[in-house]
Ligand binder design. Structure first.
Ligand SMILES: *Cc1c(COP(=O)(O)O)cnc(C)c1O
Length: 427
């Protein structure tokens, strides 16, 4: 199936081309213009990898054989996504059982597979900005992959120390840059890189953030995994709340719905960076300056996947009523972590934002799911502060917490970033 540049519709590319390019002309996002209608009942009876292969095969078409897609997915999805009951009508879909303990492992690992196919051995430099977990997922997914250099920008001092250790301690083909600025500035720097055609071509630069279509496609799969675990008599009552920053995760859920997965409603949950909830109410798109919150991976004022949500609406495959947009402030986030703890469920601020938004939206008889996007131990300081009890570190996290971070400080200045990139080329 061909993918179309949302901004420049004349630009149409195949899946692997879109994976390679990341962004299209004028920084447009690639997106399908039509959707397959898979047999949902059959899909819900399959295993995670088998079902995900069928879904992605239907989306990608014959550019990849079904054997290729199955192999890629069995390499990428090596961990489960359990639906864990929290109360009678609320469950958490735990997406943090991968190597970096966050949901971004799903997209990152599948993208690494897809890019390996797309590049077919050619050298690549990946440049990406992270507000926390993308960096770790991308770094781990590409660590030691031959022919791939990874450069990760993150806002210095604005992500949790543990999160930072997860990707700044690897070294080798992973270069990490601590930018003196916020996440939106990091994202702006990455955009400047992609605007610099000569640089992009010279270094064969690819972005690995949530705009890459392969990440989005991979994320569709766990929404099916969620519904497959819902009791059959509740499957027409499913409401899913998504803690949102760049809105890739929410977009994937909306695509799942467009493919026919029974989801009654999606709740887009944000923290105080509430551009989308305000837009949903007023019709005015007015990003403000990013503010730092407890759920820092969602501290995004200008979510870069939003044009894809608009595209789904414009295509008529979802409607406005399918989305409820809810802002959860800091006090309510803290309350959410505490309430979940009282229910016997240890959580962290991102999931708590989704939980509180879900509780506001959920009606009697509905089956609520909120997405657990990170392991509580990744936000150890915040959770310990909120609950007043110590949190144990899982083995993988304890190991890298003890290591030395290797990142380099840079100002939010494109000229400096360009120097770093050109030196990598020579290395
Ligand atoms: C990235 C991230 C989010 C936000 O996901 P988007 O797809 O950018 O909306 C939420 N929670 C955690 C823990 C994250 O790392």
């Amino acid at each position: 199936m061909l993918l179309t540049n949302i901004k420049v519709p004349a630009e149409q590319v195949s899946f692997l081309q879109a994976v390679r390019q990341g962004l299209g002309k004028e920084q447009g996002l690639f997106f399908p213009t039509s959707w397959p209608k898979p047999d949902i009942a059959a899909l819900l009876n399959m295993s995670l990898v088998e079902r995900s292969s069928a879904i992605l095969q239907a989306l990608i078409g014959d550019e990849l054989s079904s054997d290729d897609v199955s192999t890629m997915l069995s390499n990428a999805f090596t961990f489960p996504a359990p639906l864990v009951p929290v109360s009678d009508d609320v469950s958490c879909l735990e997406l943090f059982h991968g190597p970096t303990l966050a949901f971004k492992d799903f997209g990152g690992r599948f993208m690494a597979q897809a890019l390996a196919k797309a590049q077919a051995g050619k050298k690549t430099t990946i440049v990406t900005a992270t507000s926390g977990d993308t960096g770790a997922a991308v770094a781990h997914a590409f660590y030691r992959q031959p022919g791939v250099q990874v450069v990760i920008l993150f806002p210095k001092g604005k992500i949790s120390p543990l999160q930072e250790k997860l990707f700044t301690t690897l070294g080798e083909n992973i270069t990490t840059l601590a930018v003196d600025g916020d996440f939106d500035q990091c994202q702006a720097l990455v955009k400047q890189v992609f605007d610099h055609q000569a640089l992009v071509e010279k270094l064969s630069i690819n972005s690995a953030n949530s705009i890459n279509i392969s990440r989005l496609f991979a994320q569709i799969c766990y929404y099916f995994e969620a519904v497959a675990q819902v009791p059959a008599d509740k499957r027409d009552q499913v409401v899913i709340a998504v803690p949102s920053g760049n809105f890739g995760n929410l977009t994937a859920g909306l695509i799942a719905k467009a493919l026919g997965l029974p989801i009654k409603r999606m709740v887009a949950a944000t923290n105080a960076n509430d551009t989308v909830p305000r837009y949903w109410r007023s019709g005015d798109w007015q990003p403000k300056t990013t503010v730092a919150t407890l759920s820092n991976a969602m501290d995004v004022a200008a979510p870069n996947n939003w044009p894809r949500v608009e595209a789904l609406l414009a295509q008529g495959v979802i409607s406005r009523d399918d989305i409820e947009a809810v802002m959860v402030d800091e006090d309510d986030t803290v309350i959410g972590v505490r309430q979940l703890s009282q229910l016997g469920y240890l959580s962290e601020p991102h999931a708590a934002v989704a939980f509180k938004a879900l509780k506001r939206s959920l009606q009697p008889g509905e089956f609520g799911i909120f997405l657990g996007t990170a392991h509580p131990a990744k936000f150890k300081e915040q959770v310990e502060n909120i609950l007043g009890t110590p949190i144990a570190l899982p083995e993988a996290l304890a190991r890298c917490a003890a290591e030395q971070g290797l990142s380099k400080d840079i100002p939010a200045d494109f000229a400096v970033l360009q120097q770093v990139l050109l030196q990598l080329e020579l290395a």
